[in-house]
Design a protein around this ligand. Structure first.
Ligand code: DOR
Ligand code: ZN
Length: 434
């Protein structure tokens, strides 16, 4: 069987261009990339996908996802998360270790890999814990975890408070070829906070989390990266101050990379003024000035990656008083539309935007993907950048629907996802345009 994808515009983050080409896929790989009309073969062996008016992009890669299995399968399972991923255009996801039990052992890493393989949906790369039980005290067995298939280590959801432990983690991780992903939060500053500390928190009477809670730890991680010359990746950057600190570190040649999530460039702290717990997230939604700084950071290349921090929670954790609700929002099915808004707003070019959702995370984690060229596995998505729709709860494939974007108008949608040459997801829409 040969698959031909015709008439689409191919977004190439490697060359930084958009070209009209035809992709020929054979035996799960990109076999040929041809100018339009050059492919002449016909017959039963040829399956044609018509991508007219659509964009063909490398399969998106989300390096920051919370699958809740093992332990909280009522929020998300590995396969429901994989399903949400492919619906959103993601062909690979990396999952954080804050499950129950946490992924701090070979057994849990292997369980995730085995379970994920069975569905044939998005490729799943486990991120293991930095410390045993994510308690911030004793390092896990990085060598064993790497051997079992972990691609990075992180105590995401918690901060490694002890700087000596973090220093050793950076050194030990570099030795084993694992990236360390930092959840940067000074817990003494943020402990009882539930939203950004600023005018809105004062007005609505909620305890705040100051920007400094994040920035102090971002600075510490960078100091440790400079001290050890070991790379560190900063997760979910949300403040102007963090962007500034990372920019200076990069200018000084310190090995640091960074990600932000779509909600940090799409929403600000006013979103929680109506006590909407779906907008309660950690780090919290910040000020409009922070939102602007995140956009600038993306445009200038200070922020390398867009990752969702997809954090499913059920109504049990969310339909509560704001103070008591859990932190986190889902993101796999909205990331593409929100990122395309940056292109429409001329903050990023199309290849740059797609690169931050594919090539960059692949390079930070050292995993395959993020580029389409002859000989690579055929992981790709066909997207409709013009389709406009209102996000409805019933359209969400994740097991949880804690998204502040429900009821909001979005533009741009994934239409088809291919992994290893197989169509794993296709939109069955009746709408004439979408
Ligand atoms: O909002 C968040 N939710 N931030 C985190 O760091 C953890 C995550 C979760 O696991 O729910
Ligand atoms: Zn997270």
């Amino acid at each position: 069987m040969i698959t031909r994808i015709r008439a689409g515009r191919f977004v190439d983050p490697v060359k930084g261009c958009v070209e009209q080409v035809e992709l020929i896929i054979e035996k799960g790989k990109i076999a040929r990339i041809l100018p339009p009309g050059e492919f002449k073969e016909e017959g039963p062996r040829i399956r044609t996908i018509n991508a007219a008016d659509k964009l063909i992009v490398p399969g998106l890669i989300d390096m920051h996802v919370h699958l809740r299995e093992p332990g909280e399968e009522y929020k998300e399972t590995i396969d429901s998360g994989q399903m949400a991923a492919v619906a959103g255009g993601f062909t690979s996801i990396a999952c954080m270790p804050n499950t129950m039990p946490p992924n701090d052992t070979r057994a849990v890493t292997e369980f995730i890999i085995e379970k994920a393989k069975r569905t044939g949906l998005a490729r799943v790369y486990p991120i293991a814990a930095i410390t045993v039980m994510q308690k911030g005290e004793r390092l896990t067995e990085f060598g064993e975890l790497k051997e079992a298939g972990a691609v990075a280590v992180s105590d995401d959801g918690f901060c490694v408070t002890n700087s000596e432990v973090m220093r050793r983690a950076l050194e030990y991780a570099r030795y084993h070829g694992l990236m360390v992903i930092s959840h940067s939060e000074d817990l003494n500053l943020s402990r009882s906070g539930v939203m950004h500390e600023g005018v809105v928190s004062t007005r609505i009477g909620l305890q705040g989390i100051p920007a400094a809670s994040e920035e102090i730890m971002v600075f510490r991680e960078i100091s440790l990266a400079a001290l050890t010359n070991c790379p560190v990746h900063i997760a979910h950057v949300s403040t102007a101050g963090s962007v500034e600190i990372i920019k200076r570190a990069k200018d000084a040649g310190i090995p640091v990379t960074a990600e932000t999530a779509p909600h940090y460039f799409s929403l600000d702290h006013k979103e929680v003024a109506g006590y909407n717990t779906y907008a309660k997230v950690k780090p919290p939604l910040r000020t409009p000035e922070d939102v602007q700084a995140i956009k600038d950071g993306l445009a200038e290349g200070v922020i390398d990656v867009i990752a969702t921090d997809h954090a499913p929670h059920s109504d049990i954790e969310k339909k509560l008083e704001f103070d008591k609700a859990a932190f986190g929002m889902i993101g796999l099915e909205t990331a593409l539309a929100l990122t395309l808004q940056l292109v429409r707003d001329k903050i990023l070019g199309l290849p740059e935007a797609i690169g931050k959702l594919s090539l960059s995370p692949a390079s930070v984690l050292g995993i395959p993907g993020g580029c389409i060229k002859t000989g690579v596995q055929a992981d790709l998505a066909v997207i409709d950048p013009e389709c406009e729709y209102v996000l409805k709860r019933e359209d969400i494939l994740s097991k949880s629907w804690n998204s502040p974007f429900i009821g909001k108008k979005l533009k741009g949608r994934n239409e088809l996802t291919m992994i290893g040459g197989e169509i794993v997801w296709e939109r069955k829409s009746k709408h004439p345009r979408c």
